[in-house]
Ligand binder design. Sequence first.
Ligand SMILES: C[S@@+](CC[C@H](N)C(=O)[O-])C[C@H]1O[C@@H](n2cnc3c(N)ncnc32)[C@H](O)[C@@H]1O
Length: 251
Amino acid sequence: MLTILQKLKREIQILRDVLYYRLIFDHTSEQTVVEQFHKLYFDSHVFGKAWTSSSWMGVPVYKCPTDLWTYQELIYGIKPDVIIETGTLLGGSAYYLASLCDLVGNGRVITVDVDSAEESVSRARSAATKVRPVHPRLTYLRGSSTSKEVLLQVKNLIQDSDKVLVVLDSDHRKTHVLDELRAYAPLVSIGSYLIVEDTNINGHPILSEFGPGPMEAVAEFLMTNKNFVVDRSRERHFLTFNPGGYLRRDK
Ligand SMILES: C[S@@+](CC[C@H](N)C(=O)[O-])C[C@H]1O[C@@H](n2cnc3c(N)ncnc32)[C@H](O)[C@@H]1O
């Protein structure tokens, strides 16, 4: 039990830390630091560092660790029955999601890729000894995420009562992401999330030459779909490859 004096001392310490933080980082300089670190973190892949050399239990995963942490927070909170991922590549993110399902004791993962494991390995940015691992909670589908065949297979694997979370991480061009958003949004359960990966490209703040991508697709999608809101609280770890990409389904 804290005495009144101890409580007062603690409050003063918190106030001092807040003041100190704001003196060092006003809002603009905070954004500058985060943006510079974002560019550093992303661009350092040319030296084989950061996201292209990260792995989950031996399987390469091309995501930012702070986003993976956010995934953990989301999955603990939602405890989805089904997680759909478009864009398997080497399977690291799907394996990570399946491991989180193990930890919360619920859920399975359906992951879709247009390429085979062999094709993905041949295009990988890093050496991969373990790819697309077998896991009891993990189902791999092959084909384009927006094809009728794949959508039918995905829907056949879901029950009406399932709580569904969707991650879009395949072809990042705007037209494809927009098609995916329209195809997969209806599958997302109310209270759950539609996560659009790599909204940071096309100059937000990296790869400014990319052309319209996920960020632009989200903007167009939200103009007509009022069931989703951008949940900025999911960006609280500062560095995210998905700015404006955590969409929560509210209705
Ligand atoms: C960014 S990588 C996925 C990274 C992976 N989720 C991870 O975090 O490690 C994109 C993947 O999307 C796949 N892809 C591209 N176009 C696709 C499409 N139309 N349908 C399904 N997958 C596609 C590519 O073959 C590639 O493996």
